[in-house]
Design a protein. Sequence first.
Length: 639
Amino acid sequence: MSALSPLFLWLIPLAFLPVIIHLLNRLRYQTVPWAAMMFLRSADRDASRRAKIRQWIILASRCLMLLMFLLALARLQSKGRLARFFDSGSNLVIILFDRSASMEQLRGGVSGRERAMALLEQGLSELGPGSRVIWMDSATGEMTPLPHGIELDRLPMVSETSTSADISAMLRAALQEIARAGVNKAEVWIPTDRQSSAWLPDGANPPDWSEWAGINTQITLRLLDVAEVVPDSGNRAIQLMEAPLWDGETLTLQMRLLRDTDQPETVPVQIEYGGLSLREEMLVEGHSFTWEQPLQVEAGQSQVHALFSLPADSNLADNRVAVSWVDHGATQASVTVNDVYVDSIMKAALLPQPGLREIVDPVLTPFDQLDFKVAEDGAVLSAAERAWVEQGGVLLLLPPEEALVAVGEGNEGVAVMSWEEQNGVFATEQREPLRLDLVRVYEAVTLNSSAEDTRVLATLENGDPLLVREDVGHGVLYRLATVPDPRSSNLDAGYVLVPMLQRMMMQGAEGNRLSGVQDLGAVVIPETVDWESLDGEGASPLLHTGRYRHELGVLALNRPLQEDRKEELTLSELEDWATPLTFRTFQDHSRVDTDLNSRFEFTSFLSLVGLMFLVVESWLLTRNIRRPSKSTTTWRSAA
């Protein structure tokens, strides 16, 4: 039992004020013996005894009424069985469970996912019998009602995965469910390791929750913080940075090894390839090590499938990378820009190579044979263009020359302030970053970045987007704010434009094919297709990395690269993220049974009891008032 306003507890002696007043009033009167009254009191002794009892009850009611109001002002709180007796808990509890790869990091010998389950089990045991619990996990996004007393480790939606998490999308779905349920009180429990990529994917700005501030439900976000425990050391992560590069004879892979230490060590990398098991010894000196891994392809061989793995460490979810390459023929791209100079620059940047990459005439080549297209931005996409993008095509739209306006002061232009360098078209290439810091923009248009499916990949120093990405069906639509013309920008130098276009073209070549290399969650997995894991039993193409064979070929699925980002948000940053929703955190794992338990405040209950004593006192006072008799007394005098 505790009090939110303990100052009022010091006023509890005031509850005896009616007794003090009663005693003071008795001092005002002096008892004078009178023979006649002594006989009258003896005759009405029983009535007098009842009157005294009634007066004492009135006095006690007044004292208890004052006591109840003082305790109510002190805002008493309790927990455990006493709280559950008076309160049924939240009407609705929604659990947003993070099953991303980062939650498999060991902390004190226990993974973040297992630690989160322990916190949840304790919290569920403290809920009142009237609470309804709904479970939602990051891997499936499905909401499942949980019965009381269920053991979480027996649920299929708590197992480990190599997927990513989007807490913003999950919370939005939870708020919609709360609004639909129409309950008075609801809580959203979020066990998490505070990894920034789960809360702010691709470095996005915090979402706006103001639309939910006026809802008639009292909503509380409860953060079950597993990141307070320091992660175990010795973790390594292996990544495939880009899709395999094919030069007609050799398949080259861009690989990277990440570590949580900078001490030099030799790391063994196991490679399963072509029925063989090879072992490479990598001498690593820093936190990050990038290398090119060539795989020889025999003459006439059109498919290569490989698996890279590291020894077991403190996070098994980031120790494997799957590779699948299928020769689908030359990648075809088209460029349709009215400006002759810009058109030639874009075609040169795509660097055609016979048998690998081709620049085709969009008039002579059907839409469905194109992988990548560059065109001028119109008001709206044509029906044919949208259908092609939805089916897996990649389209880059450049602003028309007449729409460009000068930016910056004088001839200085503006620089690029920030860009997404973890993955995507501006990702770091080997050891050197993509030099967007050297880009200058002199003329640009203002791109619309407020659409729900639009993501800003690069931002100018004036705050305007330079490049935005919009997911359209299974394809991607890019919009660039400027053009590679010396009057508009220095993109024509090529050190940024060439890798950007090649990555877009490669992305279009992958399209929606059920082969090659994809991130988990980035490709639609048809339910009608039978999948066979090539790397072990029990693996699922929806949840786990690896190679999967199906009737159309072999698909390699890897965890998203953002899962290897170790940046953590602070608690104050998470509170800003949740503004204006109520946000509470629970960190002390040694007292998890008290922290997770919802405290019940007795203010309303005590006020109700005080009113009951007031009613009792009023009723007793009315009983003490003598009412006039209905019969009239007649005085007669003797004659």
